[in-house]
Design a binder for this molecule. Structure first.
Ligand SMILES: Cc1cc2nc3c(=O)[nH]c(=O)nc-3n(C[C@H](O)[C@H](O)[C@H](O)COP(=O)(O)O)c2cc1C
Length: 184
């Protein structure tokens, strides 16, 4: 079977979605990316999938949401990524990614992106108690060393309902824009 290719000449953005309360709003990022001439495919962590309206996202992107590994011989459901936005990114996925753990499809894609040279932006969304853990600081330092672009969201107070109103979905696109060279 032939591999899918992005429609037209548009670059293809993977949006990796983790299991945060605000994941349900990922349509905002998809809309913004499509408005900036991206084709978009969503890769959700297995936990993150439960936070999404799968049908709505698939209708918006025109591609199936990926979450599980494909079986050997199965065609790739998405074209290759020109860039990746991890939004929202959990404490859990950030720490595992920085440590090179690849036990979800989302992490497998992120761990390989470095070696392939795909530009990646991550928008962490977590509370201050999680952010205080020493592993988190080390993880961010490791990701910076890997040239990952990191969003500016300030962790919210624990048990205070989150900070969705301060989370700027479009920041992922702003961060990636300077990394995208002219396309042939
Ligand atoms: C309702 C709900 C909201 C959550 N929100 C967050 C969050 O904003 N940030 C975070 O790091 N973890 C959050 N968690 C915890 C993660 O879902 C949990 O760590 C999970 O294992 C992350 O899986 P993933 O990193 O594979 O997506 C939340 C959990 C629940 C049940």
């Amino acid at each position: 079977m032939t591999e899918p290719t992005a429609t037209g000449e548009k670059p293809f953005l993977y949006v990796v979605v983790c299991a945060c309360g605000i994941a349900a709003d990922v349509g905002k990022l998809i809309t913004a990316a499509q408005g900036r001439n991206w084709d978009v495919g969503v890769v959700a962590t297995p936990q993150g999938l439960a936070f999404l309206d799968v049908q709505a996202v698939q209708e918006q992107t025109g591609y199936p949401i990926r979450s599980a590994w494909r079986t050997p011989g199965e065609a790739r459901p998405l074209p290759p990524a020109d860039a990746i936005a991890v939004a929202p990114a959990t404490f859990n996925t950030i720490n595992k990614w920085a440590a090179g753990i690849s036990d979800t499809l989302a992490l497998g894609i992120l761990c390989e992106a470095y070696g392939i040279g795909i530009p990646v932006a991550v928008l962490p969304y977590l509370n201050a108690a999680q952010a205080a853990h020493p592993a988190y600081r080390r993880s961010l330092a490791g990701l910076r060393e890997m040239d990952v672009l990191i969003g500016t969201y300030e962790p919210h107070r624990p048990k205070a309902g989150g900070g969705a109103e301060h989370f700027r979905w479009e920041e992922a696109l702003d961060l990636l824009a300077p990394r995208l060279g002219p396309r042939p």
